[in-house]
Structures are given as structure tokens and as C-alpha cells.
Design a protein around this ligand. Structure first.
Ligand code: PEP
Length: 252
């Protein structure tokens, strides 16, 4: 893993209010947690609270947004552009989360995720690009095919991958309490890296950080973090608890 700095993201999803964010940030800011300098930590508050959380949060933690519009400013009621996120002082956006891909009210396509990724990079943001297969796809042996399809859509629109971090999040593991085994995570991460080597370049593959997401918690993080191709975590449920700091320490 040598050239790749461990990265842990906390996806707060559509949760929280000012009092709960105050309490969570206070816990994350605690001086007692020796997460150390070997990890980059990024938290993703709900859009409306991004600025609020940034103002309270320890400066060594980055802040990400959970989505953005496909392009720049304009007549797109209800949307937030990558340019605005950048202008407001934020560096990261999460794109392609499986909830945004699969909830019937949203249904983002591979092509939409790719367009957003290309535009966000152009606007100067770094992107946590989420990919992953459903339970059906895994059970029918299509895991690598699904990941390849989601990555290929992005490769059609993006040539410089240096500001992308991939989050491999098997849909069957998200919010279910069913975590991928270290072997499953390692095998799939290695396949993703192989795809990058064959379709982009060996250098992109070598440098790409691939986070694991899906029911990661303080109890299972260490054994996953030991896998050679697991370069961090994207954490949902457990990122709303002080336990998140333990996951951030799992690089050690
Ligand atoms: C996520 O939604 O990115 C996620 C990994 O959720 P959880 O940790 O709750 O499974």
C-alpha cells in the first residue's frame, strides 16, 4: 500500500440536526483520539449543514458533499453545483452512492454519475466515486462485470483520475449489518485495481485508493484494513457515532 495514504470517509446521509451535529462533532474533535497522520479523514454532512459542520469541526478533517449537479450554475431549481461547493471552500464530493443510483425517486444512471464526476473534477473538486454490485449480481457471478460497467462509464468522460478515490460498496452490505468478509473485499478490490491497470494505466491502478464501504464498524475494520488492496473505508451508520474514530485508526 506504500504510495497510498489510507482514507476514511463518514457519510452522514440525510441524518441529523444542529443539536446532534454539535454532539457528534464534539466527539470527533476529542483530543484523546490518536488517529495519527497515516490517515486522511473526510466527513460528509447533509448539504445544508456542510458549512455549519465545517465551522465546528477539527481542521484536519475534510468535508465532502453527498451529491452535486451535473454541470454549472443555471436554471436548475433545487440543485447545487460543483462550482458552488468549491466556492464555499469545500474540496470533496461523493458521487454515485448506491442510494442515489437505486432509490426509485432518484435513479441516477451510470452516465449521469459519469457526467457529474467529470464536471466536479473540472470544477476543482476531489471525488469519492461509489461503485458496487447488488446481491442479485453477486449471486449470479456478475460482481466484476457491474463494477467494470460503472467504471467504464466514468472512463468515457474522464481521463485524469488523480483526484478520484473509489469507494467499493457492495449494495448488499450497505446498512444491512452484513459486512463483506476480508477475503471478499480483497478479491473485489484486486479486481477493480486490475480493471484500472488494464483500461487506464498501471500507474493509475497503483496509485488509486480503493475504500471499502458496507456495514464497516469498529469491530470489523482492522481485519479489512489489513488487506493489501483495501485503502480505507466509507462509513455510513457507524460514522454517526464516536466509534468512527476507531475506524479511522484502523490504518495502524
Ligand atoms: C454507505 O452508505 O456509504 C455505507 C457504507 O453505509 P453503512 O456503513 O451504514 O453500511
Amino acid at each position: 500500500k506504500m504510495p497510498r495514504k489510507f482514507i476514511v470517509g463518514g457519510n452522514w446521509k440525510c441524518n441529523g440536526d444542529r443539536p446532534s451535529i454539535n454532539a457528534l462533532v464534539q466527539a470527533l474533535n476529542t483530543g484523546e483520539s490518536a488517529i495519527g497522520s497515516g490517515v486522511e479523514v473526510v466527513v460528509a454532512p447533509p448539504m445544508l449543514y456542510g458549512d455549519y459542520a465545517r465551522g465546528l469541526l477539527r481542521p484536519d478533517f475534510g468535508v465532502a458533499f453527498q451529491n452535486c449537479w451535473t454541470g454549472g450554475n443555471g436554471a436548475f431549481t433545487g440543485e447545487v453545483s460543483a462550482n458552488m461547493i468549491k466556492d464555499a471552500g469545500f474540496d470533496w464530493v461523493i458521487l454515485g452512492h448506491s442510494e442515489r443510483r437505486s432509490l426509485p425517486e432518484i435513479m441516477e444512471t451510470d452516465a449521469t454519475v459519469a457526467t457529474k464526476t467529470a464536471y466536479a473534477l473540472k470544477a476543482g473538486l476531489k471525488v469519492i466515486l461509489c461503485i458496487g454490485e447488488t446481491l442479485d449480481a453477486r449471486q449470479s457471478g456478475k460482481t466484476d462485470e457491474v463494477n467494470a460497467r460503472q467504471l467504464a462509464a466514468v472512463a468515457e468522460k474522464v481521463s485524469d483520475w488523480s483526484n478520484i478515490v473509489i469507494a467499493y460498496e457492495p449494495v448488499w452490505a450497505i446498512g444491512t449489518g452484513v459486512v463483506a468478509t476480508p477475503e471478499q473485499a480483497q478479491e473485489t478490490h484486486a479486481q477493480i485495481r486490475k480493471w484500472l491497470a488494464e483500461n487506464l494505466s498501471p500507474q493509475v491502478a497503483q496509485q488509486m485508493r480503493i475504500m471499502y464501504g458496507g456495514s464497516a464498524n469498529a469491530a470489523n475494520a482492522d481485519s479489512l484494513a489489513k488487506q493489501p488492496d483495501v485503502d480505507g473505508f466509507l462509513v455510513g451508520g457507524a460514522s454517526l457515532k464516536p466509534e468512527f474514530l476507531k475506524i479511522a485508526e484502523s490504518w495502524k
